[in-house]
Design a protein around this ligand. Structure first.
Ligand SMILES: Cc1cc2nc3c(=O)[nH]c(=O)nc-3n(C[C@H](O)[C@H](O)[C@H](O)COP(=O)(O)OP(=O)(O)OC[C@H]3O[C@@H](n4cnc5c(N)ncnc54)[C@H](O)[C@@H]3O)c2cc1C
Length: 231
């Protein structure tokens, strides 16, 4: 069955995110021990953020690695999860195509560019139905799901839990919010970032495409939003 757009939920987020990063930052520059700093937190949020921004902008990124966030994602294509799992500092648990047999019609994600064209969308859907029939035939003939899945398309819908620290989330955003990134992964990462920004609005300045961080575009095929690296 065709699935609606990707769904993302933020299922784990440290409520003491600011304190955690602040203690990490202060520990680097204070004669006090880390425990004393944590037990005597009397700085305002503005003061904490001011130090944190200074430390991050100087490239001292280990301080934001102490914070971990987790997302649950549904209705995402295998094509998009394959891009997600290329990020090596994140952790993943994905619905198995070995252990979970597609019983009724398998779910799939139709790219919006194809959905927008009625004739192509109909052909796409027919192709999915044909694939489904062959999949069921293979299963009926005793082929294990781990081998029958070989015919499932990149469009097959998946479900995945993703965890990463804040440094990796910023890196993910810098790469995957770029207009050069494929639409579905861009949409997924945008939803992930929006959920985090709702909890910590100050992070919006960091959860941006890389050009906004660099001040220029380093892609060969630039979208034109920012000047190219070398003029
Ligand atoms: C627009 C776009 C197009 C792409 N096209 C292709 C493609 O055609 N083919 C393809 O194969 N991939 C492609 N990719 C994937 C890309 O090559 C990376 O694998 C993916 O973006 C993960 O990025 P990363 O390695 O920087 O990040 P992560 O794996 O998240 O790592 C974060 C950072 O940690 C450091 N790091 C991690 N592992 C190592 C290591 N082993 N050694 C040294 N430093 C390390 C690096 O600084 C890295 O930037 C594309 C990505 C984008 C955004």
């Amino acid at each position: 069955m065709p699935k609606k757009s990707v769904e993302v939920e933020l299922i784990s987020f440290p409520e003491n995110l600011l304190d955690t990063i602040y203690v990490a930052c202060r520990t680097c520059y204070s004669p006090q021990g880390a425990i004393e700093i944590y037990n005597n937190l009397n700085a305002t949020d503005e003061q904490k953020l001011s130090l944190i921004e200074k430390v991050i902008s100087s490239g001292h990124y280990s301080t934001i690695e102490h914070v971990q966030v987790t997302f649950a994602i549904n209705n995402i294509s295998r094509a998009a999860t394959h891009q997600l799992v290329r990020h090596r500092h994140a952790s993943f648990s994905q619905k198995s195509q070995r252990y979970v047999k597609e019983k009724a019609e398998f779910d799939y994600c139709m790219p919006t560019s194809i959905e927008a064209n009625k004739a192509l969308a109909a052909k796409f859907q027919k192709h999915m139905e044909d694939t489904h029939h062959l999949y069921l035939e293979l299963i009926a003939q005793g082929i294990k799901a781990e081998d029958a899945r070989a015919i499932l398309p990149n469009a097959a819908a998946s479900s995945i839990v993703v965890s990463m620290n804040l440094r990796e989330l910023i890196h993910l955003a810098n790469l995957r919010l770029c207009t050069r990134a494929q639409y579905e992964i861009r949409l997924t990462v945008r939803k992930m970032c929006t959920l985090v920004e709702e909890k910590a609005p100050w992070l919006a300045n960091h959860l941006v495409p890389k050009c906004e961080r660099l001040g220029y575009c380093d892609e060969d095929n630039s979208c034109g939003k920012m000047p190219k690296k070398n003029g």
